[in-house]
Design a protein around this ligand. Structure first.
Ligand code: FES
Ligand code: FES
Length: 158
């Protein structure tokens, strides 16, 4: 096993030191090194989007991202969104619409949705579908998730 190195990550607004192998993915470092569990280990090969986090506000698949490449960038996970008013509205509508079933995809979905609303405050339905196209859900059939994000965007625009 490769010798671990010390990395300093900017995670949810805090500087966090963590030891990780040079080839460790950000998903491994978050979940196994730091106990940050909202990014889920689904496919672990870049397909499902369950591991999505924001880096400098942009959704990335943490299972495909090397920890070593993350120093100097702002990493955001659901754990850091407790006081984010946009995320509060998104979460509320996801629950109300039935967009959360088993919940395995939910964190990744919400991170992608959060980025969408930052870039496009009033997205149409096709834009929502496009923004979520990299996030797979095996439970909901997607309609309730798209409904939730559209109604959240409407509420936030008022
Ligand atoms: S766990 Fe990263 S894309 Fe599936
Ligand atoms: S709610 Fe189960 S995978 Fe999406």
């Amino acid at each position: 096993m490769a010798k671990k190195a010390l990395f300093t990550l900017s995670l949810n607004g805090d500087q966090t030191d963590v030891a990780a192998a040079p080839d460790a993915t950000l998903l491994e470092t978050l979940r196994d090194g730091l106990g940050v569990l909202s990014p889920k280990r689904g496919c672990n090969q870049g397909v499902c989007g369950a591991c999505t986090v924001l880096i400098d506000g942009v959704p990335v698949r943490s299972c495909l991202t090397l920890t070593a490449r993350c120093e100097g960038h702002e990493i955001s996970t659901m754990e850091g969104m407790n006081t984010d008013p946009v995320m509060e509205v998104l979460q509320r509508h996801m629950v109300a619409s039935g967009g959360v079933q088993c919940g395995f995809c939910t964190s990744g979905m919400l991170m992608s949705a959060r980025n969408l609303l930052a870039e496009t405050p009033r997205p149409d339905r096709e834009a929502v579908k496009s923004a979520l196209s990299g996030n797979l859900c095996r439970c909901t059939g997607y309609r309730t998730i798209v409904d939730a994000i559209c109604t959240a965007a409407e509420e936030l625009a008022q």
